[in-house]
Ligand binder design. Structure first.
Ligand code: V47
Length: 393
């Protein structure tokens, strides 16, 4: 794939004018910020491939052909939750047959099981179970670090953090340094759902509000931690509500700069209270990736979470604005309880194969997007070794 050329810009602009999104395309090509109205125009545009082409233009301007991945391990430490979100198939009530809480020892053991794999990150998210003590949260961080001292712990959504502060009986601002001391390295982007109050009331009224999510993320960033952000789409939300969500994230990012990555999460309806809703189509999933890239001009990375999208769709998303695919994962429960049919894990070599197949250059990153390995660098190194060998002979 080539970097953006003037011909490509002309062709995108011509098509955009014909499709009625010329004004938006002009802004995108000039690197200007899109307004909320522009976002709505892009949601309304019939030609998703054109919207995707604009997002791909931005993606290549920012990242060229690179596609990031990491070698990670997911641990969902409890499925007990008191939030009763209507979109969730993972939650259980205490006493239910398959309700579980992992002990710190079990978490340590799960991490030790992977010691032969080059895992650099453990991703821990779970339900909100009020019986878990503040010490429990500190202990699971310590257990993870004990099991693998070099590992980066990306843990606790804003919802979990609010609960941890309640159990700690002190403000989150005072709790975060203690979590960091115990091993917390950054925070995942879940629990944001759709910020709009209407959707919150109808779908997850016991959970934090959108304003609370933003406020918590602001506190996290002020404590020096990076985080991700998500939006759960494809249920009852409107285009206006999606644009509002993206705009609120963009304003938070203008203030703190703490968001590393945005991940649109596609609603999976199976085994939820919303089984009657169909969930997003493939093209709707691609549009969400594209809108994320186009609206969030200040967020560096857009992730196509393969567990949720499936590998073929994640490959396509790499040409619709995404530049990251998440990682090897090992064991995932939230989407698989909701009917995801993707594998639970993928080998590093397999990730590389399908990133290459999508026409992108695989780059292994750590959680904070430091480059650990790049196929490009490896190719260059082997070229220079070949050149040295030729010169020497
Ligand atoms: O907050 C729950 C979503 C999130 C369903 O930061 C569902 O790198 C679809 O936070 N259908 C948790 N989505 C997952 C999460 C995450 C995942 C991957 C990467 C990162 C990251 C974070 O999962 C929840 C909720 O929005 N979710 N149930 C469902 N039925």
């Amino acid at each position: 794939m080539s970097s953006p050329t003037p011909q490509l810009q002309d062709s995108l602009l011509g098509s955009a004018l014909a499709a009625g999104i010329g004004a938006q395309a002009e802004k995108v090509l000039a690197g200007q910020r899109l307004s909320r109205e522009d976002g709505l125009a892009l949601y309304a545009c019939d030609d998703i491939h054109l919207v995707g082409g604009l997002a791909n233009f931005v993606r290549e301007r920012m990242h060229g052909d690179k596609a990031f991945f990491n070698v990670n391990q997911h641990i969902n430490y409890t499925n007990i939750c008191n939030k009763l979100c209507r979109f969730c198939a993972f939650q259980r009530l205490p006493g239910q047959e398959d309700a579980y809480v992992m002990s710190p020892e079990e978490i340590g053991a799960k991490i030790r099981e992977q010691l032969d794999e080059p895992v650099t990150e453990v991703h821990m998210v779970a339900g909100v179970y009020p019986k878990l003590s503040y010490e429990y949260y500190l202990d699971i961080l310590r257990a993870a670090k004990d099991a693998r001292p070099g590992i980066h712990i990306k843990a606790f959504t804003m919802v979990e953090l609010m609960q941890i502060a309640v159990r700690a009986k002190k403000p989150l601002k005072e709790v975060l340094p203690e979590l960091i001391e115990a091993g917390l390295g950054s925070c995942p982007g879940g629990g944001a759902e759709v910020f709009a109050d209407r959707v919150h009331l109808e779908g997850y009224h016991l959970k934090n509000t959108g304003d609370e999510w933003i406020e918590t993320a602001r506190t996290v960033h002020e404590a020096g931690l990076k985080s991700n952000a998500t939006m759960l789409h494809g249920h009852i939300e409107t285009a206006e509500e999606r644009v509002d969500h993206l705009d609120r994230l963009r304003r938070l990012q203008d203030e703190t700069g703490g968001l590393q990555c945005y991940i649109p999460l596609s609603f999976h309806p199976e085994n939820t209270e919303w089984t009657h809703l169909p969930g997003p189509t493939g093209l709707e999933e691609l549009r969400e990736i594209a809108l994320g890239r186009l609206m969030l001009d200040n967020v560096p990375h857009i992730k196509a979470y393969w567990i949720m999208l499936g590998i073929p769709m994640a490959q396509l998303a790499l040409s619709y604005g995404a530049n990251d695919v998440d990682g090897t994962v090992v064991e995932e429960r939230i989407y698989h309880d909701a009917g995801a049919t993707t594998p639970q894990a993928v080998e590093r070599a397999e990730l590389l194969r399908w990133i290459r197949d999508a026409g992108r250059i695989p780059v292994e990153r750590d959680t904070l997007y430091n480059v650990l390995w790049s196929e490009d660098a490896e190719a260059q190194a082997s070229c220079s070794t070949d050149a040295e060998a030729t010169t020497a002979s």
